[in-house]
Design a protein around this ligand. Structure first.
Ligand SMILES: O=C(O)CCC(=O)C(=O)O
Length: 344
């Protein structure tokens, strides 16, 4: 691994992918009792919180314990030919008939997942367990869940006027698995339980540098820029990306603010990675809550609404791009006008 120039080893011995072109600063790390934490959450900037013990009761969630206690229902496991697990919305595939799904979602029992996990060999399809925690879990897991530090979470939710907790995703990954860069429209406390994950985060203002797929595309909210092989001819602004970087390990909680772009990679030196996230709706915004000029988080929401509305109004999502070009080209920009519609 050390000789493979696609990877690097940091001073703590964590091994992950090398991205020389992407400029980053370290994500601030703070002890759980630091008053500074609230300042970061208020500004909606990422921070890694140490020693909080948010999900200490899940430390015992190794494969044996989960096998015995999580319940027999099938669980959601993504299967990928590569190490990348890009999220896509299967219900939107019909809109893009040429779209080839980058991975497959399978439903399997914990027994099946564990068998695949233990017998996996390099070169085989990779697997990534990603299951929303529901009340079908057995009583032991349910008790562990109840013992998470809900008082801390609730105090943050109240203080920052967030909406309800929407879900908790349990992720169990193989070393080297990568979740490519994307954003979610939710606040996220991301708790690391086992193993290490390297994270790269970018302010929502890097929208133009990350070239998100169109709203109606199955890969909505995902960037088209592949960090491992950036196509600077198609995506020239990707050269200007600058963000934050860190490694989260057991006991760390990363605050991922709403609409911040994030890339997450299970480090190669980890045996297994287990994480639990806490997704919260942002508080609902009324017009009087808006502060002008809009911040990029809000611009993103506005742009999504415009794309959605136009898709409906034009009756065909493939009309949205040409319509927006017709509004902008030659008027707001020097881009040439599409003359293909002008013949009579
Ligand atoms: O841990 C991962 O691989 C992805 C998690 C993620 O994207 C999230 O919690 O929003």
């Amino acid at each position: 691994m050390m000789d493979d120039e696609r990877f690097m080893t940091d001073s703590d011995g964590r091994i992950y992918r090398r991205y020389d072109d992407i400029k980053t600063k370290p994500i601030q790390r703070l002890n759980y009792d630091s008053r500074e934490i609230n300042r970061f959450i208020k500004k909606q900037e990422p921070v890694i919180i140490e020693n909080l013990g948010l999900v200490d009761s899940a430390t015992k969630w190794d494969l044996e314990y989960l096998h015995e206690n999580i319940g027999n229902e099938e669980k959601s496991v993504y299967v990928s030919k590569t190490h990348k697990f890009m999220y896509y919305n299967a219900s939107r595939c019909a809109v893009y008939p040429d779209f080839i799904p980058p991975n497959e979602q399978h439903n399997m029992t914990m027994t099946e997942f564990i068998r695949k996990y233990r017998t996996w060999k390099p070169g085989e399809h990779r697997i990534y367990f990603q299951q929303i925690l529901t009340d079908t879990v057995g009583s032991c897991i349910y008790n562990d869940f109840r013992n998470f530090k809900w008082s801390w979470l609730n105090s943050k939710k109240e203080r920052f006027n967030w909406g309800d907790l929407t879900s908790n995703l349990l992720l169990i990954g193989q070393p080297g698995n990568v979740t490519p860069v994307h954003y979610d429209e939710q606040q996220n406390f991301f708790a690391q339980v086992h193993g290490y994950k390297r994270v790269l985060l970018f302010d929502p203002k890097f929208f133009q540098c990350l070239y998100p797929y169109p709203f109606h595309h199955p890969c909505d909210r995902q960037s088209q820029v592949d960090f491992e092989n950036p196509d600077y001819e198609r995506f020239p602004l990707a050269k200007h990306l600058a963000g934050y970087e860190g490694v989260v390990g057991p006991g760390d909680v990363l605050y991922i603010p709403m609409c911040w772009w994030h890339y997450i990679e299970s480090t190669m030196d980890s045996q297994i990675t287990t994480s639990i996230n806490f997704w919260y709706k942002h508080q609902s915004m009324t017009l009087s809550d808006l502060r002008f000029p809009l911040k990029w988080q809000q611009k993103l929401t506005v742009s999504r609404n415009i794309e959605k509305m136009l898709g409906e109004a034009l009756g065909d999502p493939s009309e949205v791009g040409p319509f927006l070009n017709a509004l902008v080209n030659g008027r707001y920009t020097d881009q040439p006008v599409d003359i293909s519609e002008f013949s009579i």
